[in-house]
Write a protein that binds this ligand. Structure first.
Ligand SMILES: [Fe+2]
Length: 351
């Protein structure tokens, strides 16, 4: 009985409507493109399309073959019409499991001065409901803006966690600190609850222990790890990868991509979505409250502050329950917000 409502239909539509109206700020007459590969949850695309229609947009859903990799690694698998469509729209919501993010159509779209891109890669109906639908946007804005301010003013930072992460680096004040919440300006945006930036690569030294999840697309589309994956990093570059079976998969994937640019740090991020849970997909995993995340390889313009730094692909790893310091001042301790200017704001977000 396909005319029967399915589970949480109303909650799903509300979350989709909130995304299209309040986050992407779609206006009457605008073109809204929604892209989704064949292994993602199509209900999400359908409800977003309905929301766009209700808001007076010209809507198109591109449902397409699933690529076998992220970013540039996805390029060879993309249908020609998709490549043309992505940079030729006012608003683009990406729901792909295998990311178009950091690939050629994405690069064209986010640098054309027109397209507002929102990356919600792989989010299922339930994930969209909890990670957007049930988040109090106003409280989140206040909290995230303060985190950005504290981070922007920091010169030296450290991150540790109980799994063994121990890394230090310096920030470059000329580079942006992204505040992922709204996608109301041209360029690339991500799911709310993430703040990211690219520290000065040559200052990044230490050990990254990904005890949460790791996600690189293709054969490295791992998700939650059974044993931590460890990178030893010197001057922003991975010198050694160790751990268990997942570390071996990651190592082989790097070798297969055969690009020295893959070993260079692209960004670090805080995860601060109050409802995010580990174990569903990267887009949600990397926003688990109090985690930090490191990306390697392709560096988007939102992090470089200028032209993108291109690479064969991009891979992200998540350090759970991080302790972060900014110029010696603790911001989080074991994943809990402790900075005196943030504690009350975090409470208002439900944390
Ligand atoms: Fe990343």
């Amino acid at each position: 009985m396909d005319e029967m409502p399915s589970r949480a239909d109303l909650e799903l539509f509300r979350a989709a409507y909130k995304t299209v109206k309040d986050i992407v700020c779609v206006r009457p007459g605008e073109s809204l493109l929604i892209t989704i590969d064949s292994i993602s949850d199509f209900r999400v695309a359908e409800e977003m399309a309905k929301a766009g229609e209700a808001l007076g947009a010209k809507v198109m859903v591109a449902w397409h073959s699933t690529p076998r990799g992220y970013g540039k690694a996805a390029d060879p698998y993309l249908p020609d019409p998709l490549i043309v469509a992505c940079p030729n729209t006012d608003a683009w919501i990406e729901l792909n499991n295998q990311w178009l993010l950091y690939g050629t159509p994405w690069e064209r779209a986010v640098t054309n001065g027109r397209t507002r891109n929102l990356m919600l890669g792989g989010l299922s109906a339930e994930q969209l409901i909890r990670c957007i639908g049930e988040v109090e946007i106003k409280a989140q804005v206040a909290f995230q803006e303060k985190v950005v301010e504290i981070t922007k003013s920091a010169r030296r930072m450290t991150i540790t966690n109980s799994a063994g992460t121990n890394v230090e680096f310096e920030n470059d004040r000329n580079r942006p600190v992204t505040n992922e919440l709204l996608a109301d300006t041209p360029g690339g945006h991500f799911l709310l609850g993430q703040i990211g930036w690219a520290p000065r690569e040559e200052t990044i030294n230490g050990t990254l222990v990904f005890d949460g999840a790791i996600s690189g697309g293709g054969e490295a589309d791992i998700g939650v790890v059974s044993e931590p994956v460890v990178y030893e990093v010197e001057k922003g570059r991975i010198r050694d990868i160790r751990g268990g079976k997942e570390a071996q998969i990651v190592k082989r994937w790097f070798e297969k991509l055969s690009d020295p640019g893959m070993y260079l740090a692209a960004h670090v991020c805080y995860g601060f979505n109050p409802n995010a849970r580990l174990g569903f997909t990267t887009t949600e995993d990397e926003r688990v409250w109090g985690c930090t995340e490191w990306g390697f390889g392709y560096q988007g313009p939102m992090y470089s502050g200028g032209a993108p730094r291109t690479a064969a692909s991009h891979i992200d790893g998540i350090c759970l329950d991080s302790s972060v310091t900014c110029d010696g001042v603790p911001v989080t301790r074991d994943g809990q917000v402790v900075h005196h200017e943030l504690v009350e704001l975090a409470k208002a977000c439900g944390r």
